[in-house]
Design a binder for this molecule. Structure first.
Ligand code: CP
Ligand code: NVA
Length: 306
């Protein structure tokens, strides 16, 4: 996979996703084995939006592989403002081995990838969050083993995290149900793509506003904030619309008895999730956070490896 981009998981095959997850499991088991794997390699990390997990794991992950990351935030300049996106890409490719970007626009990441000769990784856009989905599938692999046939119920806003889970789950032959209020369904274009991927790999995707229909028997219940970064103005109005979809003890009990609770974080406790579920003995939210580290290391190794 050397030289490939991670702009969207639908550009990867099921085998590629599985092989990066295998690599991430190996990195998690024996980090010392990879301590020198990317000695001398460099990454550019660009953030238009806030971040804790993605930034820290992006920097620490490469350091743990022997490389160095440089981070740029909007105060230091926005890509496409002082000079064209293409010119920025043509500069960066002369200095670094991989470009990783968190932006509002998915198109900005795509444009950079079209020009840059080095791999480009999507660290979250308004549309997608593929590195999160890889860490989440890694978490489920650690918990349940084989992913095929497992049911993940995503509850809440049909957002970037939901979209990447739909694609990643479909590629892994899982059932992914998105459960949320009408008007906040997943993007139709992404959902149709996920349906095609699921049909080709023996998975299943569905959207329903009905809690029981979407959650019954699920192996994992996943939620995310009701208003994403960039939607702060809508937060208050959304709170009323989404309240029936709060993951609390009652909602969580609709899933299987062994179901895990998942959240990409940051969480707004008391909104999309109750404290009792966030801190439940079957909550794996901090395993997911840990796995962001192993997953991004596997992505670096796969795309940049010697
Ligand atoms: N889950 C996640 O992407 O967290 P950050 O926004 O803190 O990077
Ligand atoms: N959907 C959230 C995810 C944060 C990691 C957002 O875009 O703000």
């Amino acid at each position: 996979m050397k030289g490939r981009d991670l702009v969207a998981l639908w550009e990867w095959t099921a085998e590629e996703v599985a092989s990066v997850l295998d690599l991430a499991l190996s990195v998690a088991d024996d980090p010392a084995r990879y301590a020198d794997a990317l000695r001398g390699k460099t990454a550019f990390l660009y953030f238009e939006k806030p971040s804790l997990r993605t930034r820290v794991t992006g920097e620490v992950g490469l350091a743990q592989l022997g490389g160095t990351a440089v981070t740029q935030t909007p105060e230091m300049g926005r890509i496409g403002k002082r000079e064209s996106v293409a010119d920025v890409a043509r500069n960066l490719e002369r200095w670094v081995d991989i470009i990783c970007m968190r932006t509002f626009s998915q198109r900005l990441v795509e444009e950079t990838a079209e020009v840059a000769s080095v791999p480009v990784v999507n660290l979250l856009t308004d549309l997608l969050h593929p590195c999160q989905a890889l860490a989440d599938l890694l978490t489920l692999r650690q918990r349940f083993g084989d992913l095929a046939g497992r049911h993940l119920a995503y509850v809440g806003d049909g957002n970037n995290v939901a979209h990447s889970l739909l694609i990643a789950g479909a590629l892994s032959a899982m059932k992914v149900s998105v459960v949320g209020p009408r008007g906040y369904e997943p993007n139709l274009r992404v959902f149709d793509r996920a349906r095609e991927v699921a049909a080709a790999h023996g998975g299943e995707v569905l959207y329903t506003p009905d809690l029981r229909e979407g959650i019954s028997g699920a192996d994992a219940v996943y939620t995310d904030v009701w208003a994403s970064m960039g939607q702060e103005d809508e937060a208050q109005a959304r709170r009323a619309l989404f309240m029936d979809y709060q993951v609390n003890d009652e909602l969580f009990s609709l899933a299987s008895e062994h179901a895990v609770f998942m959240h990409c974080l940051p969480a707004h406790r008391g909104e999309e999730v109750s404290d009792t579920v966030a801190d439940h003995e079957r909550s794996v939210i901090f395993d997911q956070a840990e796995n962001r580290l192993h997953a991004i290391k596997a992505v670096y190794l796969a795309l940049v490896g010697h």
